[in-house]
Design a protein around this ligand. Sequence first.
Ligand code: LMR
Length: 398
Amino acid sequence: MSHFANVARVPGDPILGLMDAYRADLHPAKLDLGVGVYKDAQGLTSIPHAVKLAEQRLLDSETTKTYVGGHGDALFGSLLSQLVLGADNPLLVERAAATQTPGGTGALRLSADFIAQCLPGKGIWLSDPTWPIHESIFAAAGLRVGHYPYVGADNQLNVEAMLAALSHVPKGDVVLLHACCHNPTGFDLTPRDWKRVLEIVKARDLLPLIDFAYQGFGDGLEQDAWAVRLFASECTELLITSSCSKNFGLYRERTGALIVCAHTAQKLQDVRSQLAFITRNLWSTPPAHGAAVVATILADNELKALWASELEGMRKRVASLRFGLVDALRPHGLADRFAHIAEQRGMFSYTGLTPQQVQRLRDEFSVYMVGSGRANMAGLDANRLDQLAKAIATVCTP
Ligand code: LMR
């Protein structure tokens, strides 16, 4: 008898699978616009200098590899919370704290299990579309998952439809919002939109869970935190999942945090006791290295300034690549059709290309992007925008 006889094969992850397919492609002019990683002008995902310097310091000074506690490195938690909520945010005195997690994904999984185990009956509402792993993480935790419209079939942000749907979400449910650089679409809310969302969140007593995976990639480190800080000041309770993968270039070090804002200091500690219990069952204690790097950088004014300028360089480069691609599409008469690429924010663009067009780009030009039409703008090569524009023009021609 085979114990595994009934184990069916499931399709590979739609995003990570592209990395493997791209690596196996022998085409010399292949282009990877799949997974959300930043590539520099040489096409490399280099380690930021500030990270290298911090690692060197750690190598020299680290004296132990013993476990960090269930909530991780306290200095990391405190400095990351300041980066997210603002250094002088009064919540940081005793009503907000971070639990270190393996990446932003770990923070999402921790939130999902916390909601499932400690807030029974609550469903969670995700934007349509959203990062596909949001869907599977909350479903895996057994939560009821609902959707609110965000970007429609016309590839436009539809705020009115979003607000209308949120007004009908069952009172007390959880709503997941993308702080900035919406993944997969790149369409962000304006401050006015955010205020309208906030009114509904308050009126329906919803618990906001804000996914903050791209701080610094939208309009800047402080600007990107605007909505998070607005919600933190106006809502008595809030969950924030923060990632250091992209902005510190620490992808494989799996560094992130779940930041909880609670109504009282005592309630924060109650919640944190539950989080420690859940993390013990999930990963026991978090991986330490990435968090130690982040803490080293954020605790040192010089390193912090270096890191912030490197991040700003990445942000500006992606923004200019967006404009460059739209310009390159102009001779093909496609600049208007793809004008949204320059307006979107962050790493991703929902291009509006159909799954068939995406497949043709891959088969005929070795250009890799997610089947939904999501392209990683941070994977573009400034010297090959014309080549990409020509490929796009070819697949867009009926
Ligand atoms: C992405 O969406 O490409 C990134 O968030 C990386 C990932 O883990 O999927």
